[in-house]
Design a protein around this ligand. Structure first.
Ligand SMILES: Cc1ncc(COP(=O)(O)O)c(C=O)c1O
Length: 393
């Protein structure tokens, strides 16, 4: 049987990571892989996580299965964080998932159960796995305009024109904040226009929230998600990988906002079925850590402080790179980096320049031109800007 198999395509970011590790040059810089790193190149465990784990170690006396949809305490903690406490006429159905990837996958599988013929609308620039996940479920994907490639600003008119083509029951994938890969998020006016468009078409937003707190304080980063959640129905796919630094623990939540108690109960039973058909029970350790942090005021304050340090570093890295490129290229074309959010930005490089940066300067960038600003530290900013200027001039 295995003789029939051919090799599956390698993930380009994984391949880049391997090439970086094999590169012997001491001054190489990795702007490829999408994890947060500090100025020393480390991705440390949050102190709030360490303390929560210590408490769990002392208090947990069993590792027996939790429910098919995970721990209701985790559902409530994350749903309160994202939307505030559940009120009357607010019917939420949730399931813990194995990270944000599985939260998006579960959200799409849930929508497909209700509407097998739905189409999934994906921003033309997006996390590549959005297409992979939709297609693996046999769903048709449609792209909608997102960025003007010349300015790397959102192409508002094109975006709204394309979204107007969505049908009732279609799914529209949107990034809650810190859009991956462009860093360009809709301003409040465009957020409202998107909500109005979805209200008119009856398409359902699936809001991918993987970088909460990386652009602005969580309350501000949640503004778009909260606007979208005012629609009659929506689904949130939350990831705890970046915002809690719990990458390998696989923390995620699929949260559906429904219109009635009956719909909520039906969605809960479908979410149970979806988990049973895949991994039965979602992992619990990371979810328990997040619950402990969010429900304890001291740990929550510590998490907030640590998250804001990450955010401040990203904002500083953006400002330093923008200033360095302005000085070297005598152009304000990269000032937009300071107006965009989160870990990522797109640079107008093309595959040839990306290859030159790697070969001549030891600078590792994804072929699309996406960079991870976490890698542009005080120590690397000048050589990175020199290398970029050398190929962009
Ligand atoms: C936009 C977006 N959504 C979801 C995820 C999923 O993250 P994870 O499965 O590691 O929680 C990522 C990770 O890179 C992402 O960039």
């Amino acid at each position: 049987m295995f003789e029939r198999l051919s090799t599956s395509e390698t993930d380009p970011i994984l391949a880049l990571m391997q090439a970086f590790q094999a590169d012997p040059r001491p001054n190489k810089v990795d702007l490829g892989i999408g994890v947060w790193r500090d100025a020393e190149g480390r991705t440390p465990v949050f102190q709030a996580v360490k303390t929560a784990e210590e408490r769990i170690w002392h208090s947990q006396d069993s590792k027996i299965y939790v429910g098919f949809r995970g721990d209701p305490g985790f559902h409530a903690a994350v749903s309160d964080l994202l939307l505030g406490p559940e009120g009357d006429g607010d019917w939420r159905a949730a399931s813990a998932t194995t990270g944000g990837t599985s939260a998006v996958q579960t959200a799409l599988a849930l929508a497909r159960t209700a509407r097998p013929d739905l189409r999934v609308w994906v921003p033309e620039e997006s996390w590549p796995n959005h297409w992979v996940l939709a297609r693996s479920l046999g769903l048709e994907t449609r792209n909608f305009t997102y960025i003007d490639p010349a300015t790397q600003e959102i192409e508002r008119a094109g975006l709204l024109r394309d979204l107007a083509g969505a049908r009732a029951g279609d799914v529209v994938l949107l990034h809650a904040c810190c859009h991956n890969p462009t860093g360009a998020d809709p301003d409040p006016e465009l957020q409202e226009e998107i909500v109005t468009s979805l209200a008119q078409s009856g398409a359902i937003p699936v809001v991918d929230c993987a970088y909460l707190g990386f652009g602005a304080a969580p309350e501000a980063d949640l503004a778009f998600l909260r606007r979208l959640s005012a629609l009659p129905e929506s689904i949130v796919a939350f990831s705890g990988s970046k915002s809690f630094g719990l990458y390998r623990e696989r923390v995620g939540l699929c949260l559906a906002l429904t219109e009635s108690a009956r719909a909520r109960d039906a969605v809960e039973s479908q979410l149970t079925r979806l988990n049973r058909e895949t991994y039965s029970f979602p992992p619990d350790h990371g979810a328990r850590v997040v619950t402990e942090i969010l429900t304890d005021p001291t740990l929550r304050a510590s998490w907030d402080t640590e998250l804001s340090a990450i955010r401040r570093a990203l904002i500083d890295n953006r400002a330093n790179l923008a200033a360095s490129l302005r000085a070297r290229l005598n152009s304000d074309a990269f000032d937009r980096l300071t107006r965009q959010n989160g870990m990522f930005a797109m640079l107008p490089l093309g595959t040839e320049r990306v290859a030159r940066l790697r070969a001549e300067h030891g600078l590792y960038i994804v072929g699309t031109g996406r960079i991870n600003l976490a890698g542009v530290t005080e120590a690397t900013c000048a050589p990175v800007a020199d290398a970029l200027a050398a190929v962009l001039r």
